[in-house]
Design a protein. Structure first.
Length: 147
């Protein structure tokens, strides 16, 4: 699995003109599921999302996790994170898991974060979505469960 995690002061996702997920502070997680990803990859992502110390403490150091600051997670599926752009001009998506497999892994991550007591908002798996955010810092991290 690959994820782009951004610390945000606000973020939302809408389908057509309807907001389906919205947070006022916390992290936006764009999550892509690769062929061969399984429960170990999902557990890795849940652990990283919930414990990554990317929020500032009283001294201004990144020393706090999302739960420590009472933040929320907006988790959005994004298969394009698995694009192969090495050759030509058109991205290839053979490395992305098929939708029916990716959906189960995505839902596993969503539920795993919720079980840790963190409020999670989501997009809609497989839908054409518009994601808006205000990056705080900016602070952005890229995670790969296979590295």
């Amino acid at each position: 699995m690959k994820a782009v995690i951004q610390r945000v002061t606000q973020a939302s996702v809408e389908i057509d003109t309807r907001v389906v997920g919205q947070i006022d502070g916390g992290m936006l997680v764009l999550l892509g599921v690769a062929n061969g990803d399984g429960e170990d990859d999902a557990r890795y992502m849940v652990e990283k999302i919930t414990t990554l110390r990317m929020f500032n403490d009283a001294q201004g150091r990144m020393n706090l996790a999302v739960a420590d600051v009472g933040g929320t997670v907006l988790l959005v599926s994004q298969f394009t994170l698995l694009a192969d752009t090495r050759k030509g001009r058109r991205p290839g998506f053979d490395g992305a898991a098929p939708p029916e497999v990716a959906r189960l892994s995505y839902e596993m991550v969503v539920e795993g974060v919720r079980r840790r007591g963190i409020r999670v908002e989501t997009g809609q798996f497989g839908a054409q979505m518009r994601v808006s955010l205000q990056n705080d810092g900016p602070v952005t991290f890229i995670l790969d469960s296979r590295q």
